[in-house]
Design a protein around this ligand. Structure first.
Ligand SMILES: C[S@@+](CC[C@H](N)C(=O)[O-])C[C@H]1O[C@@H](n2cnc3c(N)ncnc32)[C@H](O)[C@@H]1O
Length: 202
């Protein structure tokens, strides 16, 4: 059962994908609360959540920023369906689209902020993905990339079980952001190897 669930991490599908998305909403809540405490979005900002999964972070954003417009994007149809269901009461200021971070069907310069939780591990090329994210941000818009695992050695337990997963160090994440054109890059870490890397579009 655990094996099948973990095989869905890269792209949740079907019954097990739905179960995983719900499990992640609960399991990632502490990480998400911590990340929003160190990199807080301001109410009124438009926020894009990339790899939104089951929608737990969309819901947190909608509740903590009552004037914000929030968009979720995920290339898994199952994740999109779960996120749409969870945020159904907020259709007036929340949308969820099915798309790949490598090619976002979104106008340039639209968002104040982009966040991504537990998804960068699966992006085919994080620098190209972050360059695409920079494109959809307004000038001086911010991106925050959050991971629960930032030690490739300790992460072997997960990379062996989740196909297509690569664990990056905080230094690698910083370098991805800088190569994609972000400046003022800051790293936040905890003893649990949680990591949030935030940068500003030049
Ligand atoms: C481990 S889940 C994390 C979900 C959610 N952010 C959370 O913290 O609970 C990773 C999510 O990223 C999505 N994802 C992975 N690669 C993606 C890509 N290239 N474009 C869009 N979404 C992607 C997957 O479909 C999955 O829903």
């Amino acid at each position: 059962m655990l094996k099948v669930l973990l095989e869905n991490c890269k792209c949740p599908r079907g019954v097990f994908g739905r179960l995983l998305a719900k499990t992640m909403n609960k399991g990632h809540a502490p990480l998400s609360r911590w990340a929003f405490s160190v990199c807080p979005p301001a109410d009124g900002e438009s926020v894009l959540d990339i790899g939104c999964g089951g929608g737990g972070n969309l819901l947190r954003l909608l509740k903590s920023c009552p004037s914000s417009y929030v968009m979720g994007v995920d290339y898994s149809e199952t994740s999109v369906a779960c996120s749409l269901r969870l945020t159904s009461k907020w259709r007036n200021r929340c949308s969820v689209i099915c798309a790949d971070v490598m090619n976002l069907p979104v106008d340039s310069g639209l968002f104040d902020r982009a966040v991504s939780f537990e998804s960068v591990y699966f992006w085919p090329d994080p620098v190209i993905a972050l360059t695409e994210i920079a494109r959809v941000l307004k000038p001086h818009g911010k991106v925050t990339v959050v991971t629960e695992m930032s030690d490739p050695q300790k992460g072997k337990f997960w990379t062996k079980r989740c196909p297509g997963m690569t664990v990056y160090t905080p230094e690698e994440l910083v370098s991805f952001l800088e190569k994609a054109g972000f400046s003022d890059v800051n790293v936040y870490r905890t003893h649990k190897v949680w990591c949030a890397v935030e940068g500003k579009k030049k």
